[in-house]
Design a binder for this molecule. Structure first.
Ligand code: ZN
Length: 399
């Protein structure tokens, strides 16, 4: 298999859309979708800009396994590492992405196509910046905030730091043929949103209908409030038949672990229940976020309210700027406890514990101008998110 699955250029300059498939070798749906969309664009032509399809983990795709040495989607933040199959793959991909960025005549957007071990509707995963939100909202599926923070070392996180809008799209179950359709749908909608295809309405009508149908009844956006981590030796068995995004009640039995049962710590929606033989995370719980929360946070960020944060007691500007040069702060635990669930999160900060007991608040860089559409098909529920944030952690097997 070639690294470059397709590379189509339009006659007019414009944005670049990069689609990546097969970051995990047991997830071939994204590869098929990129080949199909690339082929269709070659016949019909692209109106403007450039569409590139890349294959992720070539040796793992060949072997049809998730990875050979280590998870390729967990090592984008680690520089000093022994050689290994995935380190080589990452470096080759990084070179390719850098080349595409250097050649670009407009903004570059990245969509990382995945599938999951369990059943469930398609959804997007993104770091919470306005640019990423705008991109995710072009696709009418639930958007999951906070999961990207819980999984360090992902490709989309690395691209965020480089200032490129990037999201992951989870199309459905690994072997479900619908996952290929959903991945294609997402690509067409992004091409339409970026104004890169002619007869846009014709091209995006069916994809929009199909994804809307597949996600009917699910919340438009959720925030991660809990991660169930697995110990290295724990015996874990998910209760059969749980689907991602299924509504769960606090106290409901979700799994068996080491001879006992695991109950839902909070009501909400279960995300990524583990049905593969191994993994680091049993499941996640998300809570719906309303349109009002998204609007308020957008307004605060556009007004650059973070400039006033240093006037709060117990908060100090950090001498090292965060990724992409965004301002970072050191925060007293009390202040974090009072303000994190509301203010800091509205502003898009994530908190990392420091050795001295304080917290480092870092935010992804925000681009200057972003147009944000409303949340798809969602009545404003006005939910306030007050649950404690889950700590930054290692890996889920499905993203
Ligand atoms: Zn994956």
């Amino acid at each position: 298999m070639n690294r470059v699955l397709c590379d189509v250029n339009g006659p007019l300059p414009g944005p670049t859309l990069v689609g990546l498939g097969g970051m995990h070798g047991n997830e071939p749906a994204g590869i098929r979708a990129l080949e199909a969309v690339g082929g269709a664009l070659k016949d019909e032509g692209l109106l403007r800009g450039r569409f590139v399809g890349l294959a992720g983990n070539l040796p793992a795709l060949e072997a049809k396994v998730r990875f050979l040495d280590r998870d390729l989607n967990r090592i984008w933040d680690k520089e000093e590492m022994d050689q290994g199959s995935e380190v080589e793959q990452r470096d080759a991909l990084r070179l390719e992405l850098r080349r595409i960025r250097d050649e670009a005549e407009g903004p570059v957007h990245l969509v990382d196509l995945h599938t999951t071990s369990g059943d469930g509707p398609p959804f997007t995963v993104l770091g919470d910046t306005l640019a990423n939100r705008a991109m995710a909202l072009a696709i009418p599926v639930p958007m999951v905030l906070g999961l990207a923070d819980a999984l360090p070392g992902t490709l989309i996180d690395a691209q965020d730091a480089a200032g490129m809008a990037s999201i992951a799209f989870e199309a459905g179950q690994h072997e479900d043929p619908l996952s290929v359709d959903h991945s294609q749908d997402a690509l067409w909608l992004l091409l339409g949103w970026l104004g890169m295809i002619s007869r846009r309405e014709l091209r995006t009508g069916e994809p929009r209908r199909r994804l809307t149908r597949a996600t009917r009844g699910f919340p438009g956006a959720v925030r991660l409030v809990h991660r169930h981590a697995l110990g290295s030796s724990s015996e874990f068995r998910m209760k059969a038949g749980l689907r991602s995004f299924e509504a769960i009640r606090r106290g409901q039995v979700l799994a068996e672990e080491d001879g006992g049962v695991v109950r839902a710590p909070a009501s909400g929606h279960i995300l990524l229940p583990l049905y593969q033989t191994s993994g680091d995370d049993g499941f996640f719980v998300g809570r719906p976020i309303g349109q009002s929360w998204l609007r308020v946070s957008e307004t605060l960020r556009r007004r650059r309210v973070e400039r006033w944060l240093r006037f709060l007691p117990g908060i100090l500007p950090d001498p090292d700027p965060g990724p992409g040069g965004a301002a970072a702060f050191r925060v007293h635990p009390m202040i974090r406890k009072i303000f994190f669930p509301s203010l800091f999160r509205l502003l898009g900060y994530r908190a990392t514990p420091l050795k001295d007991g304080r917290y480092l608040l870092v935010r992804r860089s925000e681009p200057e101008e972003v147009e944000l559409p409303a949340l798809q098909g969602e009545a404003d529920s006005g939910n306030d998110i007050t649950a404690t944030p889950s700590s930054p952690t290692t890996a889920s097997r499905d993203v």
